[in-house]
Design a protein. Structure first.
Length: 268
């Protein structure tokens, strides 16, 4: 929730970048900083891992173009080394299981992209046919196109889907793997800006929930005090609850969840 404030997504990319990177040079350009991070000359703030997702979040979806432009002016040997770092970074888009169990590394790091696409095309085609067989052509295509995100899961299986998921009886090894998929799915509840600009990922994926709540409690308390100063205590609390209800509905919160959260901040 933004509590009526400016959407952090509207901040220039340079401002978000400076919050997450430790520049080596005061006058370092965006492309220079990107190059330094990828080749290991500098790290990301708070120990955020240098992964494909982190780079996209901080430097934007065109980061590869910026990287190539920076590398093009380097000596040939350094260009070759930079390409190796780039290939290594691209592997962070996949889990260990995907790289090994699915055989994506079977033809070497340079073929991971094509191997992944081939696997996904085959698996996707099979899934689409399965959905069309169960729901008809139109219903199957629709079900296939809906992204597998936390909001989608809630829409299909209800708000108690996690309880149903936890109750499934699986071998210990599969339970551990399932928990990892669950943590990955929970990250889809947040925007790229929330995960990076607000530092919610700073303590790792397992701490996203607590870090988010801490941030929202702090921001919510500040917004409540602001509204009470403008409208009096009772009027401020009412305005705050209405604001939370409005924004909560937008991000798929139930009325009960909105009310409980507003009450928690109002009584904190």
């Amino acid at each position: 929730l933004s509590f009526g404030r400016t959407d952090p997504a509207k901040l220039p990319i340079e401002k978000k970048m400076l919050r997450l990177c430790r520049p080596l040079f005061a006058d370092a350009s965006k492309s220079q900083t990107l190059y330094n991070v990828i080749v290991g000359k500098q790290g990301l703030k708070d120990g955020v891992p240098v992964k494909d997702a982190s780079i996209c979040a901080i430097f934007g979806n065109d980061w590869k173009k910026d990287f190539q432009e920076e590398v093009s002016s380097l000596p040939k040997a350094e260009q070759t080394a930079a390409e190796m770092y780039l290939k290594r970074l691209e592997l962070t888009r996949y889990t260990r299981t995907e790289l090994t169990h699915l055989g994506l590394l079977s033809q070497g790091p340079g073929m991971v992209g094509p191997m992944t696409e081939a696997h996904m095309m085959k698996a996707g085609k099979a899934r689409l046919e399965e959905l069309m067989a169960a729901n008809g052509k139109e219903g199957g295509v629709y079900g296939f196109q809906v992204p597998v995100k936390d909001a989608s899961i809630c829409a299909f299986f209800g708000n108690d889907w996690k309880k149903d998921f936890q109750e499934s009886s699986l071998p210990k090894a599969e339970q551990t793997a399932a928990e990892m998929y669950l943590k990955r799915l929970e990250l889809t509840r947040y925007t790229r800006t929330e995960l990076t600009h607000l530092g919610i990922l700073s303590q790792g994926p397992g701490m996203v929930g607590p870090m988010t709540e801490a941030h929202m409690m702090k921001a919510g308390k500040a917004r409540l005090e602001e509204l009470m100063a403008a409208n009096g205590k009772e009027g401020g609390v009412t305005a705050f609850k209405e604001e939370v209800a409005k924004e909560g509905a937008y991000v798929n919160w139930t009325p009960a969840q909105c009310n409980a959260f507003a009450e928690k901040i109002a009584t904190a």
